[in-house]
Design a protein around this ligand. Structure first.
Ligand code: ZN
Length: 551
């Protein structure tokens, strides 16, 4: 009996040791969490194991804790874990540049306020040019476009350029016009130089702004690096682990690549190349460029301007500006030629198209080349105003609408005046667009909107501003539900760049990019969503942001 008892003890010791050695060692275990895997059935787990920067397994607490041990064991304390957010359309470098040298004019309530900010900025930032970005005359008491007279009074000698929030209009002073050689006779295609009573107003729309952009001196490499790094830091703090830069110049793509190779920049970045000869010669010739953190597989084109600056190209004139149809940037052949080349070389084409006329033209050109259903994932960026009969073409040619939910809630105050009662019904129609292919990527277009994906989630689900306006939500029939919204900011955003096998969900083998939030946006009352905060951001299994370290 005693021997048997001893045997049992020894036996169980051997068994326990065996169990311990049988546990697989990994880098990180997260347990006691609510893990939204965002897999195909949207399953929720309690625990996960991570090794070598990738997810190994998810499961319940007992399973993961009994099968793995780890150097770092994180008690999730019942908090929600989501895949790292991906912004499917933003202007990453330009956002960084703005942080570095431009005065922030977003949220200003009048042109007076803009001028005050610029005077302050001038004292802090004595550069060769004075730059600001983010004004929106629709937010002002006087909702008219500003003109240059008062800028000239305040800044007679230094060139000033104040870019509108959408980047599709700019107010410049006389010194800037002079340096750019712009006169009332200057001819422009795909843009407008606004003239009143035969005189320049200083207001430039779309392509006209390029005269100015071309002569603003480039900043040095050191400053470019600091713009990229500052932008990265802000992305991590809001849970972004990947972004798609919606218009990248070759030198910036190369700079991003070299910083990533040196381990200085870590964010996962996809670049839509700017449609320049230089980019085409490089990337069309050598093919899609891809490393662990960088991918250049798309061309960015611009079909028209933006709605807020009345440059979006419409089939019928603007409701509040009879005779104005907006601006088509180039002739159809321009787009057709680039699309054919991109098709042949296996690149995605992502075209900015906001007005129903621009969207129709691009859908038709895409359709001629793509012919029917396909997996090229050519995208229409923004897809804001769609003619009712054109929705089905997104499905017919598998064209992907790439949307920004906060545009709906930023524009809802005035978009109805631009479009009229009938057309507005088919604007910002995200649900209807989603139905065409069953998935769509979501983003912010930052710095046009704030970078925070939590606000995208809220706008997408509630279609209200932060004051809860309008009651019931703006055209609420086009809201996405919470599951669709989370997908659009993670797995569908990844899919929008052919990255869904590498990231966008918490599944074995994928990069361990994830966030821990302080409350669950999937379940909290709608009005509490915007208060959600990111506690930790992990990229490839490394903690790259921790709220506690910031406070
Ligand atoms: Zn954009």
């Amino acid at each position: 009996m005693r021997n048997l008892f001893l045997l049992i003890i020894i036996g169980s010791m051997i068994f326990l040791t065996a169990c311990n050695t049988m546990k697989r060692h990994v880098d990180i275990i997260v347990h006691n969490a609510v893990i939204y895997t965002v897999d195909s059935i949207f399953s929720i787990d309690e625990a996960m194991a991570i090794n070598d920067g990738r997810f190994v397994e998810t499961g319940d607490n007992e399973k993961i804790l009994s099968e793995y041990d780890a150097d770092m064991v994180i008690d999730g304390k019942g908090l929600p874990v989501y895949p790292g957010f991906i912004d499917a359309h933003c202007h990453y470098y330009s956002y960084g540049l703005g942080l570095l040298k431009k005065a922030d004019l977003s949220g200003t309530g009048s042109f007076d306020e803009v001028l005050d900010i610029m005077q302050e900025h001038r004292e802090k930032q004595p550069g060769e040019w004075l730059e600001g970005r983010g004004w929106d005359q629709n937010d002002w008491e006087v909702k008219e476009f500003p003109t240059k007279e008062r800028l000239d009074q305040l800044f007679p000698d230094i060139p000033v350029v104040l870019t509108r929030v959408d980047g599709h209009a700019a107010l410049v002073n006389s010194e800037a016009l002079k340096r750019a050689g712009i006169t009332s006779e200057t001819l422009i295609r795909g843009g407008k130089i606004i003239i009143k009573n035969g005189k320049l107003t200083g207001l430039l729309i779309d392509n006209a702004i390029n005269f100015i952009r071309d002569i603003i001196p480039e900043i040095d490499r050191k400053k470019q690096v600091s713009a990229l790094l500052q932008a990265e830091k802000n992305c991590f703090s809001v849970g972004l682990t990947g972004i798609v830069d919606a218009c990248s110049k070759k030198d910036i793509i190369e700079l991003i690549d070299s910083l990533q190779q040196e381990g200085i920049l870590n964010l996962r970045i996809n670049c839509m190349m700017d449609s320049t000869k230089e980019n085409f010669e490089t990337f069309f010739e050598s093919g899609i460029y891809q490393t662990e953190r960088l991918k250049v597989n798309a061309v960015k084109l611009f079909a028209d301007g933006a709605l807020g600056s009345s440059g979006a190209c419409l089939l019928e004139p603007y409701n509040d500006d009879p005779g104005n149809y907006g601006i088509m940037i180039y002739e159809p052949d321009y787009y057709r030629n680039i699309c054919e080349k991109a098709y042949e070389k296996g690149f995605q084409v992502n075209t900015h198209a906001i007005g129903d006329s621009a969207i129709r033209m691009i859908l038709e050109i895409y359709g001629e080349i793509l012919k029917g259903k396909n997996d090229r994932r050519w995208r229409i960026e923004h897809a804001q105003v769609v003619a009712p009969e054109d929705f089905e073409k997104f499905g017919k040619y598998s064209v992907i609408p790439s949307v920004q939910a906060t545009h709906a809630t930023s524009d809802m105050y005035w978009a109805g005046e631009r479009l009229g009662k009938k057309r507005i019904k088919n604007a910002y129609a995200y649900k209807k667009l989603l139905d065409q292919n069953g998935w769509l990527p979501n983003g912010t277009d930052f710095p046009v909107e704030q970078i925070n994906p939590i606000l995208t989630f809220y706008a997408s689900v509630a279609r209200k501003d932060l004051d809860g306006f309008p009651e019931g939500g703006f055209q609420i029939e086009n809201a996405l539900n919470r599951e669709e919204t989370l997908r659009s900011m993670t797995i569908w955003a990844a899919k929008g760049s052919f990255d869904e096998n590498e990231r966008g969900s918490i599944e074995p083998g994928k990069y361990a990019d994830f966030v821990i939030l302080d409350q669950d946006m999937m379940t909290v009352p709608e009005e509490e969503i915007p208060r959600t905060r990111v506690l930790n951001t992990f990229l490839g299994g490394e903690e790259i942001y921790n709220l506690l370290n910031e406070e």
